[in-house]
Design a protein around this ligand. Structure first.
Ligand code: FAD
Ligand code: NAI
Length: 470
């Protein structure tokens, strides 16, 4: 008889949330995690240890420093801030450690066995755990969920050295502010961590292979963000492909090819390579166990997270879809419910995506470009924060709300917000979309005055051709 109803490999937001939900549903659960410090597992995955949480702690601290240096005087507050990077990092570590400790507490509360070591799938229902001292233990389970997440992509001509050429894992812990930082990749990590170090005083250049930052955003949204980041001092080079790097003393010189074929060169004391992440499948014995992968080397699943092996499921960054913590969490809950015989469901079209720059950018559903590609006839409403009272009072007038609705039915198809509090505003739009809401539903919702939410209502009114304050 199997020892466990469920073994989960990987304790990120997908894995640990799945463990909690499965325990709530009465299953006997084990959670395998290889990340450890001082002999104890570090739960929470990429998200808590080196991703969402440390990057947001740095974004919050650096924003305060930037505000104090650049904007407090406008409010009649005179200060001369001095950066204490060691304290800033100490605070970040404290935030992370408190949350990691909290997850360990949740595992104890739900009587989930945490097995420290690297998990290997031996076949359906069979998992080997290899501890740091190489001792091994085999475990049986009625079901296995693979939740090993992802790792940074390394470019062959730009290998990570952990010091000068680094991934986000190291760029969240630089011991000093870089003088010059080149960021390869103008995606989410490049913009968030580029912003952090620019606010703290680094000269930051972002080199992006495509013609715009964040290719998953509509051009107008991406351009608005780019413009504001440029005002903050970030520089952008588009349509350039890095071809090589030479490290000399404390500097790295990158060579790149521009769109017109000419050669570009960038010298920096630190280079952050942020060109995407890939599923973490190394060392888990997946292919030997017979687990099918997709062409892009993600674990292949059906719509109920089932792999080709009986009783073996996969979720989160390991499988198709956006690599986001809340997507992994939703799948963790849904797969536990599916295993318990319930009807777990995740609508990938309604996973909000937020870039935590200043201003934030948040989006959900289809972009206008995707609607055009799909041949959908749409009406688009837009409202600028420059005409929003609360945004003006907060001196945060950059950006706008964009709402896309079906031209015939008025059903909401997608939305994007560039501006202060965009992450919170997109949540209110998501809530309408979950119920199949229309632009008119938002337009009929009373928003408190003065709030940023009024810009959402006005954008919806604009879809209907009756905007009030523009
Ligand atoms: P992970 O969080 O990657 O967890 C997988 C776990 O499995 C890890 O702990 C790993 O050690 C473990 N593991 C791997 N292989 C094995 C094995 N063989 N045996 C045992 N354990 C194993 N997303 C957001 O939604 N919002 C954000 O603000 C955000 N910010 C980010 C900032 C940065 C800098 C980065 C890098 C990522 C960010 N993300 C953010 C993405 C987010 O972190 C991931 O989408 C999310 O963590 C994926 O969850 P997961 O559970 O699938 O995998
Ligand atoms: P990304 O996919 O967001 O962006 C990578 C960028 O690099 C793209 O714009 C791409 O065109 C560019 N690129 C690729 N190859 C290149 C090359 N050779 N030279 C120059 N540019 C190149 O990936 P990123 O930023 O590494 O983030 C990885 C994942 O982590 C993302 O999928 C994201 O969802 C997640 N994440 C989410 C955050 C959030 O939700 N706020 C924050 C940080 C990461």
């Amino acid at each position: 008889m199997a020892t466990y109803d469920l073994i989960i490999i990987g304790a990120g937001p997908g894995g640990y949330v799945c463990a909690i939900r499965a325990a709530q549903l009465g299953m006997k659960v084990a959670l395998v995690e290889k990340r450890a410090a001082a002999g104890k597992p570090r739960l929470g995955g990429t998200c808590l240890n080196v991703g969402c949480i440390p990057s947001k702690a740095l974004l919050d601290s650096s924003e305060r420093f930037y505000e104090a240096r650049k904007h407090l005087a406008d409010h009649g507050i005179q200060v001369e801030p001095k950066l204490d990077l060691a304290q800033l990092m100490k605070r970040k570590v404290g935030v992370v450690d408190a949350l990691v400790g909290g997850i360990a507490g949740l595992m104890r509360k739900h009587k989930i066995d945490v097995l420290t070591g690297s998990g290997q799938l031996l076949g359906a229902g069979k998992v080997k755990v290899v501890a740091a001292d190489s001792t091994t233990n085999d475990h049986d389970a009625r079901n296995v969920v693979l939740a090993m997440g992802s790792v940074p992509i390394e470019l062959p001509f730009l290998l990570f050295d952990g010091e000068r050429i680094v991934s986000s894992d190291h760029a969240i812990s630089f011991p000093t502010v870089p003088k010059k930082l080149v960021v390869v990749g103008g995606g989410v990590i490049g913009l968030e961590l580029g912003s952090v170090w620019a606010r703290l005083g680094a000269d930051v250049t972002v080199v992006e292979a495509l013609p715009q930052i964040c290719p998953f955003l509509d051009v107008d949204v991406a351009k608005a963000l780019q413009k504001t980041l440029e005002k903050q001092g970030l520089k952008f080079v588009f349509e350039a492909k890095i071809t090589g790097a030479v490290t000399k003393n404390d500097d790295v010189t990158l060579s790149a090819t521009a769109k017109d074929g000419s050669t570009l060169s960038f010298t920096a004391d630190r280079v952050l390579v942020a060109v995407g992440r890939k599923p973490c499948i190394d060392g888990a014995n997946l292919e030997a166990a017979g687990v099918k992968l997709t062409e892009r080397k993600r674990v292949a699943t059906d719509t109920h997270w089932k792999t080709n092996l009986a009783g073996v499921y996969a979720i989160g960054d390991l499988i198709d879809g956006p690599m986001l913590a809340h997507k992994a969490e939703e799948e963790g809950v849904a797969v536990a419910e599916t295993i318990a015989g319930q009807h777990g469901h995740v609508d990938l079209n309604l996973i909000p995506n937020v870039v935590y720059t200043e201003p934030e950018v948040a989006s959900v559903g289809l972009t206008e470009a995707e609607c055009t590609k799909q041949g959908l006839s749409v009406r688009v409403g837009k409202f600028s924060f420059a005409a929003n009272g609360r945004a003006r009072a907060a001196a945060a007038t950059d950006g706008f709300v964009k709402i896309i609705a079906d031209a015939k039915t008025d059903r909401l198809l997608g939305a994007a917000v560039v501006g202060q509090r965009a992450a919170d505003l997109i949540a209110s739009i998501c809530a309408h979309m979950v119920y199949g809401g229309s632009a008119e539903d938002i337009a009929r919702t009373c928003m408190a005055h003065p709030t940023h939410g009024e810009a959402v209502k006005e954008a919806a009114l604009d879809v209907l051709g009756r905007v009030l304050h523009a």
